[in-house]
Design a protein around this ligand. Structure first.
Ligand code: NAP
Length: 254
């Protein structure tokens, strides 16, 4: 495993991609009909990739993909049949996958105290954020392994950092978050375990930082800044880092 040195951020896109050159690297972003996922698709298209915009709602995905010039793909990460069908569609259409961005997630009920959160609350959040990520990664591994430089980006969170949530000076330590934070800590460990198991792939976790999306009720930095770490990691090559956790400023403590 190499040291977590974030690669330089790619330039901001100035054009809209509407067609895909043959031989372009193929990427797939989950939960991409809105928010950070949608912006990640826009940036990867602008970088010249051929991008699947995956969305659990087919119509919302079709609209977003049409606006951006991406390929639409129905994919509910909690549904085995949907994930299997999506992997089969990508296999049939392009035959391989170079970049998988595991972005889809839910935050769960934010109005509950730690005392009020029960096992069912945790199950709902972990079903998407943890089991969903495993389900998608598992299904697309065969396609990633046919790439000369397969890359997986797991969109984690500073809330999943044990270092930050236990550091009283860090913003992340101020918010109670039993379900979401524990799910993102699990994402971090999955990242390390997958990276060890598949050394020919580059598998990294990133933290967008607090970003204004529906998930935060519009609180946080602009979405174009929030995707910097994910886009930078999506564009690394075979010599890039693996088993790292970074944000746009550099390494994040696990
Ligand atoms: N925003 C932040 O401050 C922040 C900070 C740190 C980490 N993150 C992480 O960044 C990622 C994106 O967050 P965001 O802020 O962009 O959230 P968002 O605006 O709420 O978008 C979440 C996306 O995930 C999709 N999704 C949820 N469950 C799904 C499922 N079962 N199958 C497929 N897609 C599903 C949603 O689809 P629907 O539209 O159908 O609901 C939506 O497209 C998440 O992993 C989040 O944890 C965000």
């Amino acid at each position: 495993m190499t040291t977590a040195t974030p690669p330089p951020s790619p330039p901001e896109p100035t054009t809209r991609a509407t067609d895909h050159s043959p031989g372009a690297r193929v990427a797939l972003v989950t939960g991409a009909n809105k928010g950070l996922g949608r912006e990640t698709v826009r940036r990867l298209l602008a970088a010249g990739l051929d991008v699947y915009l995956a969305s659990r709602d087919a119509e919302r995905g079709r609209v977003a993909a049409g606006e951006l010039g991406a390929r639409a793909l129905q994919l509910d990460i909690t549904d085995d049949a949907s994930v299997t069908a999506a992997a089969e569609q990508v296999r049939r259409e392009v035959g391989h996958l170079d970049v998988l961005v595991n972005n889809a997630a839910v935050v769960g009920a934010l109005d509950r105290t730690t005392e009020q959160v029960d096992a069912e609350d945790l199950r709902v959040v972990h079903e998407t954020n943890v089991l969903g990520l495993v389900r998608v990664t598992h299904a697309f591994l065969p396609l990633l392994q046919t790439s000369p430089a397969g890359v997986v980006v797991n969109v984690s969170s500073g809330m999943g950092s044990l270092g930050r949530t236990s550091d009283p000076t860090a913003m992340e330590s101020r918010w109670p978050s039993l379900a979401y934070a524990s799910s993102k800590a699990a994402v971090n460990m999955l990242t390390v375990q997958y990276a060890k198991a598949f050394p020919t792939l580059r598998i990294n976790a990133v933290d967008p930082g607090l970003t204004a999306t529906d998930a935060t009720g519009g609180m946080g930095k602009d979405i174009t800044e929030g995707v910097q770490a994910a886009v930078a990691m999506a564009l690394i090559g075979a010599d890039g880092p693996t088993a790292t956790f970074t944000d746009s400023d550099g390494p994040v403590p696990w």
